[in-house]
Structures are given as C-alpha cells and as structure tokens.
Design a binder for this molecule. Sequence first.
Ligand code: LP5
Ligand code: MN
Length: 239
Amino acid sequence: MILFIADLHLCSEEPAITAGFLRFLAGTAREAQALYILGDLFEAWIGDDDPEPLHGEIALAIKDLVDSGVPCFFIHGNRDFLLGKRFARLSGMTPLPEEKVLDLYGRRILILHGDTLCTDDAGYQAFRRKVHQPWLQRLFLALPLFMRKRVAARMRAGSKAANSSKTLAIMDVNQQAVIDALTRYQVQWMIHGHTHRPEIHPLTANDKPAFRCVLGAWHTRGSMIKVTPENVELIPFDF
Ligand code: LP5
Ligand code: MN
C-alpha cells in the first residue's frame, strides 16, 4: 500500500497534531511501501535556517521512517513552498515537482497540492504568482529571521482576513481546471489536498470515468488516502 497525507499545518502551538503525526510515522506509515506528503506539512515555512526545535524533531522522525525502508516524497504547499534542500536532506524526504504522475499498481494518478486548481480565487492566484518568483524568494530568505517572521505573520493575517470575505465556492477547485489537468496528463485519477474538504468525487474526463480524491486537513483527527492494488480509500483516523 501507498499512503498520502497533506495539510497537517504543524506548528508548536498545536502539540496534539504533532503527537498524532509522530504516532502515524512510527505506526501506520511503517507498513507502507511509500509515503507521499502533498503540501502544507507545516503551518508556515520561512526558511530551512529557522531554529524552531519542532522542525528538527519532525525531520528526525521522518528520517527514521525513511531509514526503516519507507521512502517519503514531498510536494510543496502554499504554506511551505519555501521548504528547501537542507530540510529535505535532514528528513530524507525526496522533493517532487508541483505536479507528478505516479503509476501505482497499474493505476496512473496525478498528485498535487491543489491550490493551482482554485482558479476562481483570482486574489490567491495573483498572490501565488508573486511569491513564487525566485528573485523575491531569494530576497525574502536573505532577510533576518525576525523580519521573515513578521512578513509571514502579516501574510497569514492578510490571508485570514481575505478568506473570511470569500465564498466557499471561490475557495474550492474549479471543475474545468480539474478536467484540464486530467486531460493534460491523460489520467483518470487525481489526489490533492489544500481545500480541506475530504471526499472522493467521481467525474468524467478524457471521455471516461475519473476520480478526484481530496485529503482532509489534520485538525482534531488525521486524514490519509491509502492506495492498494484493489482500491483507493480515504481514511480519517484518531491521533
Ligand atoms: O493559507 P490559508 O489557508 O489561510 O489560505 C490559502 C491562501 N493564502 C495563502 C497565504 C498563506 O496563508 C501565507 C503563508 C505564509 C508562508 C510563509 C511566508 C513566505 C513568504 C515568501 C515571500 C516570497 O496561501 C488564500 C486562499 C485560500 O488558501 C483558499 O485557497 O484564498 O489566499 C489568500 O488569502 C490570498 C489573498 O487573496 C491575498 C493575499 C493577502 C496577503 C497579504 C500580504 C501582506 C504581506 C505584507 C508583507 C510585507
Ligand atoms: Mn494549502
């Protein structure tokens, strides 16, 4: 079996989620052939040089899983798009591009964080284009940590304020963007997170049945997708 998770939003203020993740890494994840983390593992990432002890603890726990023989892959989310090579090395995780097609037991599955599918959210897409510019990221990463923390806090506050006036429909995926992505890769399966609306949606793409599997965020419970030779299962679980 192959496991997928996303949107844990780990931070020192939410120790129950961290504890749940550490238990998951030491338990369920050990039985997998691979673990894929589809973005927003952390609440906000301001650089690999952030001395926050939680980051070291998580890196070690993931490294332990990888060393036990379970490879771990990572796609960046909209909160941790700055997660870099140093953390990848420490944790043993293999970073993947924004979109990746996997062939699992003969089933081709497109995996991505999911934010790029939210094309109705013009404000967010404009924000994303800006913060994904390499020169701006380099500039940000060159700032002293206290300034980066301030910028990140402003962005989080700005995001919360903006979201409270957006409708749920705007913040969900755009159906055409989903179909376009499935068509682009000629696949019938997709797994993503970001919207925090766990569900397996049937649809039609490439004139055939298709499925969009959405991971849940980890708030009071965990959420994972398990792919086996037989099926694709969305599983909520207690920490
Ligand atoms: O994250 P969430 O769930 O609240 O909402 C997202 C979208 N918001 C974001 C912003 C992130 O939360 C901020 C993360 C900070 C990361 C670390 C800092 C790295 C800095 C790098 C600089 C190069 O992704 C939100 C979507 C929502 O998902 C649903 O899809 O709607 O999008 C927005 O809220 C965007 C707004 O529409 C506009 C952005 C307001 C930001 C204000 C910036 C002020 C900065 C001032 C700094 C000097
Ligand atoms: Mn997200």
